[in-house]
Design a protein around this ligand. Sequence first.
Ligand SMILES: [Zn+2]
Length: 250
Amino acid sequence: METHRAHDYRFLTVRWRALARAARLRLETLNVVGRTPVFFLRGGALQKEGGIYVSAGIHGDEAASTEALITWAEQNVDRLQSMPLILFPCLNPWGLIRNCRFDERGVDLNRVFHLQTTPMIESLKQIVAPYQFKLALMLHEDFDAQGLYLYEIEREQPSWGESLLAAARPVIPIEKRARVDGRKAIDGLIRRRFVAKNFLQMGYPEAIWLHVRHTKRAFTVETPSEFALQQRIQAQMAVIDECVRLAMPG
Ligand SMILES: [Zn+2]
């Protein structure tokens, strides 16, 4: 495992290209930042309804996310052709290369989805415009975390949050604190309702925008970035696995 290269975007791209070739899928260009292309990949069975959206690397200092998504895809290469997936391997390569949360203009890309100011995000919105997803998963990390935790935007019942946490629990400790980032957490689960004015104040994250427009189930997983990289990668992979299992029963 090439964990020491977690911030090597060129190498990440080499892996995604090889994966797409092996899966007989096309790695598509989302946008170009400076001279750096940003990619996405559609599984062979993606339809307008019922797909699974997974994105990584919108914050460049959360390298387990980009590593988990490519490693998961590599391990499932034979299934990608028959899966209704859309994968965004790294939404902020500039940040990943520099181990920085923000993009090249100092913008937190996860707070501007309500605006029309960021070409990268506008491209993403255009690509996903036709789709209604069964589930969307955003991969993140938190350096204050003492275990893995999950944001779930409350809407569809039964909730899947507990199942996603249960999938990660054998791999990594679950956050025990009762308040995380100022919000109430129960056994690593932070349930939030969508209240437009609260989110407008903060700036729309990807999960909120997807929730409002494209899915009833939006999850954000956060691994503790002080833990070993390999463990964080495995934990995020377990959550991706469980998302796929829940969204594609049978
Ligand atoms: Zn993040």
